[in-house]
Write a protein that binds this ligand. Structure first.
Ligand code: ADP
Ligand code: ASP
Ligand code: MG
Length: 440
């Protein structure tokens, strides 16, 4: 069985949804198709939620109406026959009635998650109506019936495996299953999600749970490029990546993949393909356990980084100092991405503000604590990249004139990371594209 995930742009227009229907019926293999919300929908739902949280009900109402009218127009083109149109209308009525009801009740975090879930619920239901109109047999598997996270927001693969297995076994002989990406249930049984871009993660978790033959991530670009195409003019697709390389790129900001989406596939050794819905014949990128080639393959950038420097004369000759510092971050379940040390100071980075106040308070006794917001980690990723002698020279040459806040070299064989102030992100990606790949 294969898992095929289609992102927001891949289902964002009626004709794109029709193309997806063609792609998934091109062969007779059994598949689970994971869909995102139509492009723009989750952003719109975030805005609606934001308005409601600020008590701006009239504004929320306007935003809901605008979204509803988008869906009505979408469905006019998606389905043509009377039966299909009636089904689509009933689905839109139901979800927008829900959004209109929440205008009347008091806002809370659980409701926020319910609001955010509407996008994937709508896209999958409407897609099924369109499949039905085309005479294609498919079964909708509700993600809320099998996808779950624990109290620490970690996915529960063994539980997902059992629940999903049970659901699939109820439909013997069925070739096509459709489900929602992104949404799940949390430890309290409430509707929750896998964070923005989480449909990739859903696909990988589903792939792991069913031990799929392959996971395909269908998007709007022909695979992982060597640099961020939104920032740098000339980029090219990479044909092959190892799990380690892809995981580093995803974690360090390559938007094409959710940061955590590689580990489930890697853990169960399931190949992942990144493919382009707009250009299905393009090779895309294949991600397997095999390392391939040496040196820099791609550059990614992760924004919104906070650098924390702890300076203390007591660090001098004091063993156990780093452990005590790390324990603070462990206590608040806040991962550290980069770290550098000297005799009297340690600098490290985190990507979340969630427990910053508590962390800072607990770090105070260790020395002077300095904070820098709006930093960006730029990672150069590739097999044995840190052992490729020329790279570090090229990197420093290219970076001339751009202040480097931190550098992490040798921590992983696949990654060299630098920290720059966010204002230098674009420049850094551009000069490294020239310095490492000769592209301007
Ligand atoms: P989807 O909606 O299909 O999940 P995303 O917008 O999340 O698609 O991811 C695809 C986008 O990621 C591309 O359109 C591209 O602009 C962006 N992107 C950023 N870095 C890279 C990269 N290194 N390679 C390919 N795409 C990238
Ligand atoms: N719809 C969700 C988002 O926009 C999940 C996804 O597209 O992967 O973040
Ligand atoms: Mg995405």
């Amino acid at each position: 069985m294969k898992v095929l995930k289609f992102g927001g742009t891949s289902v964002g227009k009626p004709e794109r949804m029709h193309s997806v229907a063609q792609l998934i019926t091109a062969d007779n293999d059994q598949k689970i198709v994971v869909l995102s919300a139509l492009s723009g929908t989750t952003n719109a739902l975030v805005e609606i939620s934001q308005s409601l949280s600020e008590g701006k009900k009239a504004q929320a109402k306007q935003q809901i109406d605008k979204l509803e009218s988008h869906y009505r127009t979408f469905c006019d083109q998606l389905v043509k026959q009377e039966a299909g149109r009636a089904s689509a209308k009933a689905i839109i009525d139901e979800h927008f009635e829900f959004l209109n009801i929440i205008l009347k009740i008091s806002f809370n975090e659980a409701l926020n998650k319910d609001i955010l879930a509407q996008g994937e619920l709508l896209s999958t239901r409407l897609f099924c109506v369109s499949l039905e109109e085309a005479g294609i047999s498919a079964v909708l598997l509700p993600a809320l019936d099998f996808m779950s996270i624990d109290e620490y927001e970690e996915p529960e693969i063994p539980k997902i495996k059992i629940k999903l297995g049970n659901l699939i076994s109820q439909h013997k002989g069925e070739k096509l299953f459709i489900t929602q990406g992104y949404i799940c249930r949390n430890a309290r049984g409430e509707v929750d999600n896998l964070k923005r871009g989480g449909s990739d993660y859903s696909a990988s978790l589903i792939g792991a749970a069913i031990q799929a033959d392959e996971i395909q991530i269908w998007t709007d670009i022909d695979g992982m490029h060597n640099n961020d195409p939104r920032v740098v003019k000339k980029t090219f697709p990479i044909e092959q990546l190892s799990f380690d390389e892809a995981a580093e790129l995803a974690y360090f900001g390559a938007k094409i993949l959710h940061p955590a989406s590689i580990w489930p596939a890697q853990h169960f050794n399931i190949p992942v393909k990144l493919l382009n819905t707009m250009q299905p014949e393009a090779k895309g990128t294949i991600i397997t356990e095999l390392p391939n080639g040496n040196g820099a393959k791609a550059i990614a950038a992760k924004d919104g980084i906070i650098a924390i420097k702890i300076k203390s004369s007591r660090m001098l000759l004091a063993y156990g100092f780093l452990r005590k510092i790390f324990e603070v971050f462990e206590k608040y379940r806040t991962p550290i991405d980069m770290i550098t040390t000297s005799e009297v100071a340690v600098s490290l980075t985190i990507d979340s503000e969630a427990h910053l106040d508590q962390i800072l308070k607990e770090l105070q006794p260790f020395g002077t604590v300095e904070l820098d917001h709006h930093q960006t980690i730029v990672s150069i990723v590739g097999n044995e990249v840190a052992a490729t002698p020329s790279i570090i020279t090229k990197l420093f040459d290219a970076m001339e004139g751009i202040p480097l806040r931190m550098i992490s070299y040798g921590g992983s064989r696949h990654n060299i990371s630098i920290l720059v102030n966010g204002q230098f992100k674009e420049k850094t990606l551009q000069v490294l594209n020239k310095g490492l790949f000769g592209l301007e």
